[in-house]
Design a binder for this molecule. Structure first.
Ligand code: HEC
Length: 399
């Protein structure tokens, strides 16, 4: 991490058109506040997911050292995806020039300028409107008060079926609930149920079908006209939630909103999964795995849902057709705490015979934060917390 900051500083200082000795420094209200408002306040505002607010000049000033580090290492906002096909719904990352402005402003002593701190917009519960089905998910235990972040998987005994168009989640405590993965099991999969509660990570490892992932501040996928994701009759929901202990007692509960089409949709969305099931990462080694799948029919990419854990550093999904190759999705720096849907804002259309090719990079050495302060040991794929995962799900709709 420290290395990365130094590198970023170096790049900025060397680049001739990004010089830090520019004559005019703009003030907080001229150039910093609008960026913070657009890119940080979705989470760093009172009552929202992040641990502290950045909604006033004083708060930004107080956290300026950390903000600089986070901005320059591209680790905040925690928006990890980039695509050659255009914006992904999550990518509100800071641009290079915004980072340079921030840097200049900090070096000039953080001038305030003329302006007033503005209130933040109220939190909207259901930004897609009222769901067709709202499910209250209640847990008998409260969120742990101490210790590391942790995952909990629940099977929800609620019958769902129909053509799903979208979903959304409203947590009872926005700071405690960090992310959610949703899946379903069809009636004939019920025999896997007893094992589910202890499993961590991939819901598809236990034979469940993915629906999608959610994290605070991010939107889930929405299917286009005429397309639905069919959930067969008698299916049950699997909800895997990821919590952050806050040092106080709080609720793990949430409301889940499902948006079903009023009638069966003429076209069906489909998850394409590429997965490496058994692998090892030797101590002090870096490895990479590539997986491929050829599309039989032309399709639109609706959502990208990668699954990997702590040893993964980078994931890249390419679409290859003839001699052409384009990035559908790439992470800046993989962070297992921020799973979610990476949904393209404009449709990504891929022709028949396009080859989807995904590469996962893993580091099992001192560069990996989970190895900090300990001697690296052999890592295996598996379902436990210290195990690794290598899966890429792509939600597609027929053209
Ligand atoms: C999608 C929600 C979200 C957005 C958007 C977001 N943050 Fe955060 N931020 C968090 C959460 C949650 C944490 C605490 C947990 C973590 O570090 O992952 C955090 C932590 C931080 C920290 C503290 C890190 C530390 O090591 O203690 C800083 C600094 C920060 N964010 C700055 C920013 C800045 C600057 C922006 C905008 C450019 C931003 N964040 C945008 C959710 C967000």
């Amino acid at each position: 991490m420290v290395q990365l900051v130094a590198l970023a500083l170096l790049t900025l200082e060397r680049s001739p058109n990004l010089t830090l000795r520019s004559t005019q420094v703009r003030t907080y209200f001229q150039s910093i506040e609008p960026v913070i408002r657009a890119k940080c306040l979705p989470c760093h505002a009172p009552g929202r997911s992040a641990p502290f607010s950045l909604s006033t000049y004083d708060q930004v000033r107080k956290h300026s050292d950390l903000i600089r580090v986070k901005a320059m290492t591209f680790s905040m906002p925690p928006t990890l995806g980039e695509s050659d096909f255009g914006k992904l719904s999550k990518s509100s990352k800071m641009t290079d020039s915004e980072i340079v402005d921030l840097q200049k402003w900090m070096q000039a002593g953080m001038p305030r300028g003329i302006g007033e701190d503005r209130p933040t917009a109220p939190i909207m519960d259901w930004h897609l409107g009222k769901p067709t089905k709202t499910i209250s998910l209640k847990s008998s235990s409260s969120v742990r008060t101490e210790g590391p972040r942790y995952w909990m998987t629940n099977v929800v005994e609620v019958a769902i079926d129909g053509d799903l168009k979208a979903f959304d989640i409203v947590p009872e405590d926005r700071k405690a609930l960090q992310s959610v993965t949703l899946a379903y099991i069809t009636p004939d999969m019920s025999k896997v149920l007893p094992k589910i509660a202890e499993s961590f990570g991939s819901v598809s490892q236990i034979g469940a079908m993915p629906i999608g992932a959610w994290a605070p501040g991010y939107k889930s996928w929405i299917l286009p006209r005429d397309v639905g994701l069919r959930i067969p009759k008698g299916s049950r929901l699997i909800v895997q939630a990821h919590y952050q202990p806050l040092g106080r007692k709080t609720s793990p509960n949430m409301k889940l909103g499902l948006y079903f089409a009023s009638s069966p949709q003429p076209k069906q969305a489909k998850w394409i999964t590429m997965s490496k099931d058994a692998f090892e990462i030797p101590a002090n080694e870096a490895v990479s795995f590539s997986l491929q799948k050829v599309l039989v029919r032309p399709c639109r990419v609706i959502s990208i849902l990668p699954e990997a854990r702590f040893y993964c550093s980078k994931i890249r999904l390419m679409a290859e057709s003839g001699t052409k190759s384009k990035r559908v999705f790439e992470t800046m720096a993989w962070n297992p705490y921020w799973v979610g849907n990476f949904a393209p804002q404009a449709p990504i259309e891929l022709g028949a015979n396009t080859r989807l090719s995904v590469t996962f990079n893993y580091n099992n050495d001192e560069r990996c934060s989970i190895n900090e302060g300990k001697v690296p040991t052999l890592v295996r794929s598996g379902k436990k917390l210290g195990d690794e995962l290598c899966k890429m799900h792509v939600l597609t709709a027929p053209l």
